[in-house]
Design a protein around this ligand. Structure first.
Ligand SMILES: [Zn+2]
Ligand SMILES: [Zn+2]
Ligand SMILES: [Zn+2]
Length: 167
């Protein structure tokens, strides 16, 4: 890879892309260890899908994943197989699904799979930042309580402009 010290905003050179590429090797090792510790297997397809997600700093749809796997010369998995694989990776906490985009992204943070997350989706570079919702969840719960509503799941996604695109 050619090193470029100039500061520019080409989407493939955004900080999200660099961060994602930098953490991919360790994240894949951690995923292997995690699966082993839980008595699960990171099968070749699960690994391939996780690698494909780490190769992108933007959320990728299930069909894009199939195309990317096919483009890499491997046998493209059936949609049902891809969805099952994505379900597994989500259940392990390795990836997230962005509801508003119906697409998936590797999770860089080592948090529990069921932990609530706020997603910030950059409309310029396509990168996704995540943060803990903090008091936002308590406010949502209070609003639900007031309506006598029992929430099962909350999705908090924001679109906008990330810190490095704003510069
Ligand atoms: Zn970015
Ligand atoms: Zn996460
Ligand atoms: Zn951005």
């Amino acid at each position: 890879m050619v090193h470029d010290n100039h500061h520019h905003h080409h989407e493939d050179h955004c900080a999200h892309a660099q961060d994602q590429a930098a953490r991919a090797p360790l994240a894949l090792v951690a995923a292997e260890e995690c699966c082993a510790a839980r008595g699960e297997k990171l099968t070749p397809l699960r690994r391939t899908v996780l690698e494909a997600l780490y190769a992108s700093h933007r959320p990728v749809s299930a069909y894009d994943l199939i195309e990317r796997i096919a483009a890499s010369g491997q046998k493209p998995p059936a949609p049902v197989t891809i969805y099952r694989t994505l379900d597994f990776l989500r259940a392990q906490g390795f990836i997230h699904r962005l509801e508003s985009l119906n697409a998936f992204i590797a999770c860089p943070a080592a948090h529990r799979p069921d932990e609530p997350v706020v997603f910030m989706i950059c409309e310029t570079c396509g990168g996704v930042d995540e943060a803990a919702p903090g008091p936002v969840l308590a406010a949502l719960k209070a609003a639900a309580d007031q309506q006598g509503f029992t929430p099962a799941r909350s999705v908090i996604e924001m679109t906008g402009c990330c810190s490095h695109c704003r510069r």
